[in-house]
Design a protein around this ligand. Structure first.
Ligand code: ADP
Ligand code: ZN
Ligand code: MG
Length: 482
């Protein structure tokens, strides 16, 4: 038994996740500064987001609408009235000395998220989703031994999605995060790139004996910047806690920082210096009253969720696996839908998109929208195979060519003489000469080595330089070989 299996047979793994997602609004959460990623440092600030005395915040209605959109998608309860609270702490990248967040009245209570893990559907309950503002960025320069501060992100709108401690394996945590990212992208709430910090995850981890109703003492892991690191970091901490417990010790509550370069976690702070945030209702903002229009506005929107898209593709004739791939990204789903609306059958559309288009996306490292092989051209290519103009092998080569060749498909086929030969007389001649040129194989075939059929098939296709109709070659060969 491997180390991880043995830990799982001794202990039940318990994980709860807190995910921050930056909302795709035009301006910040409580001021009019524009949100632009990667701009020059400290060019997107104002007295409010810098926390200068006397500046007053005003809540961004678009951010609130996006939070409601996500809360409804996950089946949460939206509070008709709620308020913001101050979370007091000092950190150089938060000049106000407090963060405006929500505490006792989050905008969304409950809800749940379903996703697939190794072919099995799993559902995790949400505790809450709340709105808050982001802090700035501290940029540590080791050479100069100094820290620089960029306040462009300070005051950016965030939602925090908190789960119940229901994950039982790191792979579930990873699949959940992918579902969250996919969902917020489908709903146009956020681009949610983990690398850019638009989606960030803190994980709470503990172990307990199987069957034990009480939760064990947890630690909190921060700074996991990709899906890959999340699983790695979780396992690292699970193994550390198991070692402590197996040797008779107790886990101390602490906060850990994942170090992706060295594949280990540093303890950032232990329980002794745990924060007391002294939350209180934010006096500079009025209570939110969503009953006057915002709730109604959002409830009238019509969004397709990833899980619904998946179901739609399954009822369109796709396997669960293919449906999952094709609805993995919104641009891919749109592409599939566009190919279908060109009149291509679902099985053909799925086969070509998964088999060829996605391979080309990977090979050319371009998003599907900029591949050069748009849905209409792919549909045309599939039709050429279906009606026998070209064979499947030629079509695959052409799919790659079309990415970089702007000429239309018919012209390429005509100019380069790629049409497949379906002329029976011509193909019969080729088959006969292939038989003449290979007397030994012919003899062996006629003496019972029937697997040599493939050899003749290949030789005839090659003689036609891949341009013959394979079904006809097969038919003629069957007749002539007897
Ligand atoms: P804190 O007060 O430390 O912020 P919360 O009760 O607010 O803790 O929970 C924060 C997150 O930690 C939630 O996602 C919750 O599900 C998770 N969590 C709480 N207790 C545990 C535990 N013992 N083991 C694992 N996760 C936990
Ligand atoms: Zn501002
Ligand atoms: Mg908490």
């Amino acid at each position: 038994m491997g180390k991880r299996e043995s830990i799982q047979s001794n202990w039940e793994i318990v994980i709860g996740l807190e995910v921050h997602v930056q909302l795709k609004t035009k301006t910040k959460m409580f001021c009019g500064c524009e949100l632009v990623y990667g701009d020059d440092s400290n060019t997107r600030t104002c007295p409010t987001c810098l926390g200068l005395p006397g500046a007053l915040p005003v809540a961004n209605a678009d951010a609130i609408a996006l939070a409601i959109r996500l809360g409804s998608a996950f089946g949460g309860t939206i509070r008709e009235t709620c308020h913001f609270s101050r979370k007091n702490y000092f950190y150089p990248d938060l000049t106000k000395g407090y963060q405006i967040s929500q505490f006792d009245e989050p905008i969304i209570d409950g809800g749940s998220v379903s996703f697939w893990v190794e072919g099995k559907e799993t559902t995790i309950n949400l505790t809450r989703i709340h709105l808050e503002e982001d802090a700035g960025k501290s940029i540590h320069s080791e050479e100069a031994n100094e820290t620089l501060l960029d306040f462009n992100r300070c005051g950016a709108p965030l939602i925090e999605i908190v789960t119940e401690p229901e994950f039982r394996h790191p792979s579930e945590a990873r699949a959940y995060l992918q579902r969250i990212q996919q969902t917020v992208r489908f709903l146009d709430i956020s681009d949610a790139s983990m690398e850019k910090g638009e989606m960030r995850c803190d994980a709470n981890i503990s172990l307990r004996k199987h069957g034990e109703p009480e939760l064990g003492t947890k630690s909190e892991m921060k700074n996991m910047n990709s899906f890959r690191f999340v699983e790695k970091a979780l396992w690292y901490e699970i193994e550390r806690q198991a070692d402590v417990l197996d040797s008779g010790g107790t886990v101390e509550q602490c906060t850990l920082l994942w170090d992706e370069k060295n594949n280990k976690a540093e303890i950032m702070r232990s329980k002794e210096d745990a924060h007391d945030y002294r939350y209180f209702p934010e006096p500079d903002l009025v209570k939110l009253d969503l009953s006057n229009g915002l709730l109604k506005r959002v409830s009238e929107e019509d969004w397709e969720l990833p899980a619904d898209a998946e179901k739609r593709l399954i009822s369109d004739g796709n396997s669960r696996e293919d449906a999952g791939i094709l609805s993995g990204e919104k641009a891919l789903l749109n592409y599939y839908d566009a190919v279908r609306s060109e009149g291509i059958e679902s099985s053909q559309a799925a086969k070509w998109i998964i088999g060829e288009v996605l391979r080309l996306v990977k090979e050319k490292q371009k998003p599907i929208e900029h591949l050069g092989l748009d849905s209409a051209r792919l549909a045309q290519l599939i039709n050429c195979v279906e009606n026998g103009t070209i064979n499947a092998g030629t079509a695959k080569t052409l799919a790659a060519r079309l990415c970089d060749d702007e000429r239309n498909l018919d012209d390429i086929i005509k100019d380069e003489g790629l049409s497949q030969v379906s002329d029976e007389a011509e193909l019969s001649q080729v088959v006969e000469s292939v038989m003449d040129e290979n007397p030994d194989e012919l003899n062996r075939y006629q003496n019972g080595e029937k697997q040599l059929f493939g050899f003749f098939m290949g030789a005839a296709m090659k003689a036609m330089r891949g341009k013959s109709n394979p079904k006809m070659i097969q038919k003629i060969l069957t007749e002539k070989l007897g």
